[in-house]
Design a protein around this ligand. Structure first.
Ligand code: F1X
Length: 383
């Protein structure tokens, strides 16, 4: 289990270096009043030197968090697992800015300015315009281009841009590449239900939606359930508001290819071919191994679940310093369906990497696990 109390570790850096920058960006992005600003600064101090206190008894999820944090309440934040502490940090950040409290700030996404700016940005105009170039490609070439866009869209995660290294992806950046297995399994189960567990909004959700349109239009998926977060989380994680903004961004794009995707997604949502759902567990501080029975039942029977991004990966395989050669199927085998992970490496957790690849990456002397430069496409077909 990874903790945040080892100075110099990635997890320690997230709490002691990344969160202070993030908090300042949040406070600079919206004109919060003195009460919200003081509460955010208190959270920042608490999360590095204080003890864990549950949400207020009056909060809607008080009982749930009492359960999720059993044995941790009253102990220093530094004694909590990294996954748990980071999740709770975002839950308390929402408290601090009044997201749950009745009043003017209730329901205002603190990360909306970042998400809106990214979605409205010129980079998205360029990416949507490039879609028309894919229309003429053979189906499999187009499919693979869309899968790569969805995969590398995960690199655009805002919380990552604070320390991101620039530079576009190359094939060697894939340290585990099971795309052929993924496409073969989707062909074998053609017409089945595919679950996509989204990660970030903006430049990750857009290619995710374009891929979803491809899977539906081409018949690989008869129905797609897109899972998003029930509330703002990890800066850029997608909510229903972000899905609607992204579908609208597509539908109103100058590029006809993009606009057609937007129209098809809109109609797919009208018909129920594309359903967007959420569940409290997507903001829980726990691994997917511990998912509640109702969510497990929702996934069960799907042809494939595609999990996007680094946090979903950590929750899928377990937030531990596994030997990188540990089997992905063994660590992901608890998931109720065949599962694929599309993830850029932005934290220490990685499994399923071939020994010679690990040897090579270690020999580069670069922080290959956390730099965001590398990615994996991995599939577990145990079910
Ligand atoms: O799930 P994403 O958006 O790909 O990445 C989220 C994430 O990389 O950001 C945090 C650091 O800020 C990590 O601890 C966490 O895994």
């Amino acid at each position: 289990m990874i903790r945040i109390d080892a100075p110099g570790s990635f997890a320690w850096g997230v709490f002691h270096e990344r969160h202070p920058k993030l908090v300042q960006q949040v406070l600079d992005a919206l004109p919060y009043g003195p009460a919200e600003r003081a509460a955010v600064e208190r959270l920042l101090a608490d999360s590095t030197t204080g003890v864990l206190e549950p949400p207020a008894e009056s909060d809607h999820d008080h009982a749930q968090w009492l359960e999720w944090g059993a044995g941790l309440w009253g102990r220093p934040w530094s004694e909590a697992p990294f996954l748990w502490a980071e999740s709770y940090f975002y839950r308390r950040l929402l408290d601090a800015i009044g997201y749950f409290r009745p009043g003017a700030w209730q329901g205002v996404d603190p990360f909306a300015p970042f998400k809106s700016a990214e979605l409205a940005g010129a980079a998205v105009d360029e990416e949507l315009a490039a879609l028309s170039e894919l229309d003429g490609l053979p189906t499999m070439r187009r499919a693979d281009a869309l899968l790569s866009s969805a995969l590398w869209g995960n690199r655009a995660d805002l919380s990552f841009q604070i320390t991101a290294e620039a530079g576009g992806p190359t094939a060697s950046d894939l340290v585990a590449d099971e795309r052929a297995i993924l496409w073969s399994e989707l062909e074998r189960t053609r017409g089945g239900r595919i679950c996509v567990v989204a990660d970030n909004a903006g430049r990750e959700l857009l290619p995710d939606l374009v891929l979803i349109d491809h899977l539906l239009s081409g018949g690989l998926a008869g129905r797609i359930v897109l899972y998003v977060k029930p509330q703002p989380y990890f800066v850029s994680d997608a909510t229903m508001t972000d899905v609607l903004a992204s579908v609208e961004r597509l539908r109103t794009a100058p590029s006809e290819a993009a606009a057609a995707v937007g129209r098809r997604l809109w109609h797919a949502m009208n018909s129920g071919a594309l359903v967007v759902r959420t569940h409290p567990f997507f903001c829980a501080p726990l691994p997917y191994h511990d998912m509640p029975a109702d969510l497990r039942a929702e996934f069960t029977g799907a042809a494939m679940a595609i999990l996007k991004g680094d946090l979903n990966y950590r929750r899928l395989v377990g937030d531990q310093l596994w030997p990188p050669t540990t089997s992905f199927t063994e660590t992901a085998g608890h998931f109720p369906t065949p599962v694929a992970a599309l993830r850029t490496l932005k934290s220490d957790v990685v499994v399923g990497v071939a020994p010679d690849t690990v040897t090579h990456l270690d020999s580069t002397g670069t922080p290959w696990r956390t730099s965001g430069r590398h990615a994996v496409v991995q599939v577990a077909l145990h079910r």
